[in-house]
Write a protein that binds this ligand. Structure first.
Ligand code: HSE
Length: 298
């Protein structure tokens, strides 16, 4: 018995929501085949597309799967094949795609004994292995779809957010690798009250804007006064991309997850494509190789 799953890429943080907001991109992602085995434990039998460890306890899909297996009333095991399309260290949730694909597929093969929130909890163990911190802002949208808010970590409380019907994401990945663990180390551990006020104003504004399909409010809320000023230094051309994409009609622009990918949101596909052209032009001018995707948020 086996299942083939699509594991979506995700944009975490969405500017103002560090570690709490994320959105799934259903046109970019990996594939995975998971099958039941009589033998207990988890084996990664194939891994194509990226140079990542096959050992179960060094692979995020293996670790997330083991977390599920520990809680499952099941004496057998699983075999996993991973076909990676998302590059590790690109900032669009590569580790989250593998962690969530594994736990979703296993739960499915076992007849769905676990809730989505429980699956998020298991997949977070994969994130702990990848980045040193069990953040849920990529795995939650990968499992729930569209936008999610991690309202609380303890207890884990995931809030699915309604997505506006004409929202598109344009994501560009300059071909450099930034490890989430490294880009977390450079962050400060305290924030000023002044920045806190701006940030939670924007989180509320963004969530309200998404529910109300108020594109202007979404755009006004896509600001980050805490993380972006520090991390953007690691991303070539960040300020020019931000400036030019806004001029081209994007609602907002920020760092995708821990970078180096940069995301923008736009209303309508035409604008999203125009924004993509503006992004490409900048990286062509400064001589940086890139991947770029336009995705409708579904
Ligand atoms: N919230 C995490 C971070 C996302 O920004 O470090 C990493 O994908």
């Amino acid at each position: 018995e086996e299942v083939r799953v699509f594991c979506p890429a995700t944009i975490a943080n969405i500017s103002c929501g560090f570690d709490v907001l994320g959105v799934a991109l259903d046109s970019v992602g990996d594939e995975m085949v998971v099958r039941k085995t009589k033998e207990t434990g988890i084996r990664i039998t194939k891994l194509e597309g990226q140079d990542l460890p096959l050992e179960t306890n060094k692979n995020v899909a293996g670790v997330a799967g083991l977390a599920l297996l520990e809680k499952a009333e099941y004496t057998g095991g699983f075999e996993i094949e991973i076909y990676k399309k998302i590059k590790a260290g690109s900032g669009i949730g590569s580790s989250a795609a593998s962690s969530t694909g594994a736990v979703w597929a296993m739960n499915h093969l076992l007849g769905n004994p676990f809730s989505k929130t429980e699956l998020v909890q298991f997949a977070m163990e994969g994130e702990r292995l990848a980045s040193g911190v069990a953040h849920a802002d990529n795995v939650a949208p990968a499992l729930f779809g569209a936008f999610t808010l991690v309202r609380s970590y303890t207890p884990l409380d995931i809030v699915p957010i309604k997505n506006p019907s004409e929202l598109y994401a344009t994501v560009i990945h300059p071909q450099i690798e930034v490890k989430t663990s490294d880009s977390r180390k450079i962050l400060k551990t305290t924030i000023s009250l002044e920045n806190g006020i701006k940030q939670w104003g924007n989180v509320g504004g963004l969530v309200a804007g998404l529910f109300m399909e108020d594109y202007d409010l979404i755009g006004r809320s896509l600001e980050d006064h805490i993380i972006e000023p520090i991390r953007s230094i690691l991303i070539p051309g960040f300020n020019s991309i931000k400036e030019e994409t806004i001029k081209s009609g994007a609602l907002g622009c920020g760092i995708s997850g821990s970078g180096p990918s940069i995301f923008t949101f736009s209303k309508g596909e035409e604008t999203a494509q125009k924004v993509a052209e503006a992004m490409k032009k900048i990286y062509k001018n400064i001589g940086i190789d890139f991947d770029i995707h336009v995705s409708k948020i579904n």
